[in-house]
Design a protein around this ligand. Structure first.
Ligand code: F6P
Length: 493
């Protein structure tokens, strides 16, 4: 167990993410529920508790009045969480506005409309972003003790490293980006590029999913600063930062959670039911958050193309598409939902018949982990057409849930997802913008022989089971400890 140099207490890791892993809700009768979120970061970080005490700081997902805040804070603390409360106007401007309407599109290579400057509409949102980052920093300072490690997550909180370093010069700070970092040519269109990049350079360690994102970040540093930059570090001491280490630490999943889930009698029963329901049809599965960068319209259009190219498949396959609602207050997401509904309607109108039924089963909803595992298991093909994606763990989950099948399913994976760099050789890689290419990949996947399927699956499963979520978190923290101790050595010389 790791202890601090100042006392015998265990060192803490303060995990700072925009969202808490618990969702407080009050029903019409005034009863509270605190649903614990599963998957994602939550399971990634479970292993850390063995070594460190951990406190998770984040926004509890809604605006609460003072009485409600006490209830939420008490319950959150029982779960090792520290809520960071934000008022509705700040949520609108910081979360819906700057984070999800300025940074999110830009980091996924979507530029503002060609006849508009981003700063005209977003200056207030930038101020709100700064304010929210200050509020998060204050929250960190209220639980921080000397020698703790502060692990900041994602594009929502890029100003925290500088605020924190100014308040606690010796603080151990790590930041991990869950999205792509765009090419410097895209990044430097951002009016606030300088403040953001300089703030990040106040951390000890910056982590990225894949080497390309790290490379783009370093190119931005070259173009926007006059600091000394090497292949994996930036000397930011002259701007009050430190010698910042940059590392590639790809995230993973906990495959055991899925493999154990698949053994549950209720999941086995669900699998049987799904097999009966889709008997005689191949299931092509799409699971995405309803986000424009997931390329759901491209997927639907490619599937439509496939049916046009191969009308004989109309009664032999079905596309099951789950679109989990996300960021519903952002207008772009509302527009996307309408567009997707229209496309589903068009494909169904064109390819449905009384004899064959509908070719697309589309759901605007989420699913329980057990139902999801069953669906992953029965799917013959998983189709991932992200236009840009930090990693894409759906591809990993599909591979995990295919394990143990006599004839495993085939993963079709966009080359624009970070996962293409790890699972590329275990999948059919596609350019989702090339509808004909994706349509052909669907055909290829459906027709693939068992030997080739097994070879692809074995490759992908080996990767998924070796590069787990727990390993990701441990590796990041180990790199952070090394980055911080290297720094101590340099300063004490
Ligand atoms: O980095 C992408 C991410 O922020 C994930 O951490 C998160 O699961 C997803 O996008 C959805 O985020 P939210 O619903 O909090 O906006």
């Amino acid at each position: 167990q790791l202890q601090t140099k100042h006392s015998h207490r265990r060192q803490k890791v303060l995990v700072v993410a925009n969202r808490l892993p618990t969702k407080p809700k009050r029903d019409a009768d005034g009863n509270w529920t605190f649903e614990r979120c599963s998957g994602g970061l939550v399971s990634c970080l479970a292993g850390i508790r063995a070594k460190f005490d951990m406190v998770w700081l984040g926004w509890p997902g809604a605006d609460f009045n003072d009485v409600e805040k006490d209830i939420v804070a008490n319950e959150a603390m029982k779960q090792g969480c520290y809520p960071v409360f934000l008022r509705q106007n700040l949520i609108d401007e910081y979360y819906n506005g700057f984070a999800n309407n300025v940074l999110w599109p830009l980091f996924h290579y979507i530029m503002p409309p060609f006849d508009k400057g981003v700063n005209e509409c977003s200056t207030g949102q930038w101020e709100a972003y700064r304010k929210a980052n200050e509020i998060f920093t204050e929250a960190i300072l209220s639980v921080y003790e000397d020698d703790d490690y502060v692990w900041i997550h994602d594009y929502h909180l890029m100003l925290v490293p500088k605020f924190l370093r100014e308040a606690k010069p010796d603080c151990n700070i790590g930041w991990f980006l869950h999205t792509p970092f765009p090419s410097a040519e895209i990044y430097r269109t951002l009016p606030w590029r300088q403040e953001i990049i300089e703030s990040l350079l106040h951390a000890n360690l910056l982590g990225f999913h894949v080497y390309d994102y790290l490379r783009h970040f370093l190119s931005s540093c070259v173009q926007l600063t006059s600091l000394e930059i090497s292949a994996h570090s930036v000397d930011a001491t002259s701007i009050g930062g430190c010698i910042v280490t940059c590392a590639t630490v790809p995230i993973g999943i906990s495959p055991d959670e899925f493999l154990t889930g698949l053994q549950k009698p209720e999941v086995k029963q669900q699998i049987e039911q799904l097999h009966e329901q889709y008997a005689g049809r191949k299931v092509i599965l799409g699971i995405d958050r309803l986000d424009y960068m997931k390329g759901i319209p491209h997927k639907l259009m490619s599937f439509g193309r496939f049916l046009e190219n191969h009308p004989d498949w109309a009664d032999k396959c079905v596309l099951v598409q789950l679109a989990v609602p996300s960021r519903r207050d952002v207008p772009e997401y509302q527009r996307l939902q309408r567009q997707v509904h229209e496309l589903v309607g068009q494909i169904s109108g064109k390819h449905s018949s009384i004899a064959t039924g509908v070719p697309v089963i589309y759901m605007d909803s989420s699913m329980s982990p057990d139902d999801l595992s069953a669906l992953y298991n029965v799917a013959d093909v998983a189709l991932i057409t992200s236009l840009r994606d930090g990693m894409n763990l759906v591809s990993y989950e599909y591979i995990a849930c295919q394990h143990g099948k006599t004839v495993p399913g085939v993963l079709i994976l966009s080359e624009f997802a970070g996962a293409a760099q790890s699972l590329g050789a275990g999948s059919i890689r596609v350019n989702p913008w090339h509808l004909q290419d994706t349509a052909h990949a669907i055909y290829e996947a459906l027709m693939m022989g068992s030997e080739e399927r097994e070879a692809l699956h074995d490759y992908a499963f080996k990767y998924v089971s070796e590069h787990t979520a727990q390993k990701w978190a441990e590796t990041f923290l180990q790199c952070l400890q090394e980055a911080c101790s290297d720094l101590m050595e340099v300063t004490s010389q």
